[in-house]
Ligand binder design. Structure first.
Ligand code: AMP
Ligand code: ZN
Length: 468
């Protein structure tokens, strides 16, 4: 079965056909680095990671580009509100440049812990200002811009295909039923390409341009940088669903407006992680970060496993209970693999029999069916239980498909076989306490070990431990 993807810009599910044989150009909107990424943002990057891994499993050479929005952008998609970088910097007593550097590092540390394969190219907005200025000039030459109130705007009425991705109604666009309206805009949906207006007097990031000293509009960076690294026509562009209506719609207007031709073939959008209180957002005040989860004793990969509980195009509700269930499920998967490894001293099998080949095929089919990770995981779990198949073959299928699951199965297993020196010392201490009939100390040590994920069992042949 070939790879089928749901294309927001198309009729729906479509077979994936690359522009250039054997190659895929993939652009994923990256983080705005004025705060930590929350676990909702991270859901989007894990979905994109599964896509990247599936493409590579098909043998494609993937050029995966991600931007880092380190230019201050506004607290509202539609050019309104305060500069987010400035707000972040003010809150933390840092400069905007320091804020950007700090949170860029934090972001890549987070996605690393989630075993997300790093993009082949990471590009920072602040390092691509000339490319953005050039893009505005091209739009200007084609009569798609105007200057008003000190800013340069994109005129959506000069671009008849505006809003096709989001299936926006042109009548409605014209009527402009918007609340906050910048009086300089000819159409309320026009958006800023270049700000020179001294709206934010303390804007620290400013550059010279043909339109005056200022800074670029947010949407511009993705058009300019994707075309620089992937060319004017490439295969796949991804992001979260919230980007369909404004950000991606505006990106298309800028890119196709400048080149006069189709820009991206497949648009993929990941659905939201939601909280009982509604959507999780940096501005909604209900943010949970990966570090928070780690502080609560979860492993980052417990969260990755949790994400496989729903297809990327359906909303996923976050709850502690669901995350606990994912943690237990991942522990039981590793336990299962451990027992299979014990029954397969020669390691995973190189040759697969009919049943294992069929299981592998079905798991691949699930991934090929618009990245259906929940179904793929269910199939793997069921197959691992099939005692009629040799342990070595089951292990081989698990490790092979982990190339897409990215659950780091082999390494996690090896880690579970090793006891940290401080935990080994606690076990010895506990045995001594027991010998001295100091059961209170022994029990306290057992509880502390349990919290650290080490389970103790006293057997007639001595104390046994297990890492869960
Ligand atoms: P931002 O850093 O705010 O630009 O967001 C980074 C990515 O996370 C974008 O692709 C957003 O669409 C996505 N995103 C934002 N909130 C959520 C959420 N609650 N669940 C899943 N993805 C989200
Ligand atoms: Zn973008």
């Amino acid at each position: 079965m070939g790879l089928t993807l749901f294309n927001t810009a198309g009729p729906g599910l479509e077979p994936f056909v690359p522009i250039r044989d054997g190659h895929v150009g993939l652009y994923c909107c990256g983080p705005t680095v004025y705060n930590y990424a929350h676990i909702g943002n991270l859901r989007t990057y894990v979905f994109e990671d599964v896509l990247r891994r599936v493409l590579e499993r098909h043998g494609y050479d993937v050029a995966h580009v991600m931007n880092v929005t380190d230019v201050g952008h506004l607290t509202d998609d539609a050019d309104e509100g305060e500069d987010k970088m400035l707000v972040g910097a003010r809150e933390r007593g840092m400069s905007v440049w320091e804020i950007a550097e700090f949170f860029t590092r934090a972001f890549f540390a987070d996605i690393g812990k989630l075993n997300v394969v790093p993009p082949t190219t990471v590009c920072r907005a602040t390092e691509h200002i000339p490319e953005m200025i050039e893009l505005i000039s091209r739009l200007e030459e084609r009569g798609l811009t105007y200057q008003a109130g000190g800013n340069v705007y994109f005129s959506i009425d000069a671009f008849p295909r505006y809003g096709e991705l989001a299936r926006l109604d042109r009548q409605e666009l014209r009527a402009g039923a918007r609340i906050a309206v910048d009086s300089a805009k000819r159409n309320p949906h026009d958006f800023v390409l270049w700000f020179t207006e001294g709206k934010f007097e303390h804007q620290a990031m400013q550059w010279d341009s043909p339109w005056g000293r200022g800074y670029p509009g947010w949407h511009l960076e993705c058009s300019a940088m994707s075309m620089k690294y992937l060319g004017e026509h490439f295969d796949i562009h991804c992001g979260g669903v919230d980007h369909v209506n404004v950000h991606h719609t505006n990106e298309i207007a800028q890119s196709e407006g400048a080149t006069g031709k189709r820009w991206v073939n497949y648009w993929l959008h990941g659905e939201f992680l939601i909280m009982p209180s509604g959507r999780m957002g940096k501005s909604e005040g209900n943010m949970i970060t990966l570090s928070t989860l780690e502080e609560e004793g979860y492993h980052a990969l417990d969260y990755r496993y949790f994400l496989f509980g729903a297809h990327y195009r359906t909303q996923l509700s976050f709850s502690v209970e669901a995350l606990d269930a994912a943690r237990s499920a991942r522990a039981s998967l590793l336990e299962h693999l451990r027992s299979l490894a014990a029954d397969a001293p020669g390691g995973p099998s190189r040759e697969l029999g009919h049943d294992a080949r069929r299981a592998l095929q079905r798991i691949d089919d699930a991934f090929n069916d618009d990245l259906n990770a929940p179904r793929a995981l269910g199939l793997l779990r069921a197959f691992l239980k099939d005692d009629t198949v040799a342990a070595a073959e089951r292990l081989a299928v698990a490790y092979d498909t982990d190339g897409v699951f990215g659950l780091d199965m082999q390494t996690s297993l090896a880690r579970r076989e090793q006891l940290a020196p401080e935990h080994a010392a606690m076990i010895v201490e506990r045995e001594e306490a027991r010998k001295a009939r100091d059961f209170a100390t022994a029990d306290a040590l057992r509880d502390r070990l349990r919290e650290a994920g080490v389970v103790i069992e006293d057997t007639p042949s001595g104390t046994k431990w297990k890492i869960v």
